[in-house]
Design a protein around this ligand. Structure first.
Ligand code: TXA
Ligand code: MG
Length: 348
C-alpha cells in the first residue's frame, strides 16, 4: 500500500490509523518521528522492525500536555520532581527529552527496552501535539529513518526510507532545528547528565538549574570514563549514508581537496559552509551548509542524504566545526557519521 500524506484536515484519519496499531510519521521541531501508539506492544514492535533498530535501544515517548510527565513517571524524590518541573517549565514544548523512572504498568518493555526508566518529550509542533491529543495516548517516536541512516528533516526523507512500508506521514514543512532533541538523565539527585547534545545546550540547562551539576556525559565518555550514564543508542553507528564520510576542519579540508587528482575529485562531493565552498574549484558536486553553525546544523542531515541516489559519488568531504560549546550538537552528529575519527582520509 502506498504511504499516505495526511494533510492538516486529515489528522483524525491519521489518529485512527495510529489507534489501529499502524505507523504514522510526524513532524517535530527537531526531525521527523516514526509514530506508533505507545500502549500497543505489537505496534511498537513494528517500529523496531520497520527501522531495523536493535531491540535494546529504547524509544522516547511523545506527550501533548507537559503535566503528563508526572502521569507516566514513577515515584520521584522531591528533588528530582523539582528539577523535572523546572525543565518542563523552561523548555517545553521544545527539543528536550527527559529521562525519568517509568511508572509501572504504563509502558511495555518494548518501549523502554526493558529499562526502569523512560525518555519523555513534548515536541514543539502544533500538528503533532494535535495528533497526539486526537490519538488519545502518547506516541513513541524514534527518528523516522532506517536504523543507521541520517535522521529525516523533511517529508521526502521519510518517504525515501519508508514509502510503501508505513501507513502515512503527516505533511509539513522541513523541520526548524534539524538535529534530534537534547537528552538528559535527571534520575540522579543533584545531577543532570546530558546523554545526547542538541539545540538546548549545557549552558541553557545550567542557567535553568543553577544549583545542580550539569555534566555532558558525551564528552566524559569520549575521554573513556565509563562511570557516567549513557543512552543505549550511543553505542550504535549512526547517520551513515552509503558513501564514506570524512569530517575535516576547514584548513585540513582545503588541504585535502587541493591534493586530490581530477579522478578523485570526480568521485567526491563537498558539504560545507559557503565561505569554504567558495574556495572549492574543481568540484562539480557540492552542498551548502549555509553561513553559520545554525544553518549548518539545520542542513547537515539533508547534506548527508543529498547524494544518496548518485552512484558517481563515493566520498563525502564534510566540513567539521571547531570544538566549541555552540558546535556541540553538530560535531556529535557529524563525528558519528564520519569514517575517520580524526584527520585525513587514507590515500589510495
Ligand atoms: O528529537 C528527537 O528526540 C526525535 C524526535 C522525533 O522527537 N526522536 C529521536 O528518537 O531522536 P530516537 O529514538 O532516534 O533517539 C532517542 C535516544 C536514543 O539515543 C536512545 O538510546 C535514548 O534516546 N533513550 C531513550 N530512552 C532512554 C532511556 N530510558 N535511558 C537512556 N537513554 C534513552
Ligand atoms: Mg534516531
Amino acid at each position: 500500500m502506498p504511504t499516505k500524506c495526511y494533510q492538516v484536515d486529515e489528522l483524525d484519519q491519521a489518529a485512527q490509523a495510529l489507534r489501529q496499531g499502524q505507523l504514522v510519521a510526524f513532524p517535530t521541531e527537531t526531525v521527523f518521528g516514526l509514530g506508533a501508539i505507545a500502549n500497543n506492544e505489537e505496534a511498537v514492535k513494528s517500529v523496531y522492525q520497520a527501522k531495523g533498530r536493535p531491540s535494546d535501544n529504547p524509544l522516547i515517548v511523545h506527550i501533548a500536555k507537559a503535566e503528563d510527565i508526572f502521569r507516566f513517571s514513577g515515584d520521584l524524590s522531591s528533588e528530582v520532581e523539582r528539577v523535572a518541573r523546572r525543565l518542563v517549565e523552561t523548555f517545553w514544548p521544545g527539543p528536550l527529552t527527559i529521562i525519568v523512572p517509568v511508572r509501572k504498568g504504563t509502558f511495555g518493555p518494548t518501549v523502554t527496552g526493558g529499562l526502569q526508566t523512560v525518555g519523555i518529550r513534548m515536541p514543539d509542533h502544533p500538528l503533532t501535539l494535535s495528533l497526539i491529543q486526537k490519538t488519545g495516548f502518547p506516541l513513541v517516536g524514534p527518528s523516522a529513518n532506517l536504523s543507521g541512516k541520517p535522521s529525516p528533516t523533511c517529508v521526502q526523507h521519510v518517504l525515501h526510507d519508508f514509502d510503501g512500508k508505513i501507513a502515512g506521514v503527516v505533511d509539513a514543512d522541513p523541520t526548524r532545528i534539524g538535529v534530534e532533541s537534547t537528552v538528559v538523565d535527571i534520575t540522579h539527585p543533584g545531577q543532570v547528565y546530558i546523554l545526547r547534545p542538541g539545540a538546548i545546550t549545557e549552558k541553557d540547562l545550567q542557567k535553568a538549574l543553577p544549583e545542580i551539576e550539569v555534566t555532558d556525559a558525551t564528552r566524559v565518555i569520549q575521554s573513556d570514563s565509563l562511570e557516567h550514564p549513557k543512552a543505549p543508542g550511543m553505542k550504535y553507528r549512526h547517520y551513515s549514508p552509503h558513501q564514506e564520510v570524512y569530517a575535516l576542519l576547514p584548513e585540513e579540508l582545503m588541504k585535502t581537496l587541493h591534493s586530490l587528482t581530477p579522478d578523485e575529485k570526480a568521485k567526491g562531493a563537498v558539504i560545507a559552509r559557503d565561505q569554504v565552498l567558495s574556495q572549492c574549484e574543481g568540484f562539480a558536486k557540492t552542498f551548502s551548509l549555509g553561513e553559520n553553525v545554525k544553518t549548518a546544523t539545520h542542513d547537515l542531515f539533508a547534506g548527508l542524504r543529498a547524494f544518496d541516489d548518485d552512484d558517481q559519488v563515493q566520498i563525502l568531504y564534510v566540513e567539521q566545526l571547531p570544538d566549541q560549546a555552540e558546535n556541540r550538537a553538530y560535531r556529535n552528529r557529524l563525528s558519528k557519521a564520519a569514517s575517520n575519527k580524526e584527520g585525513l582520509p587514507p590515500r589510495s
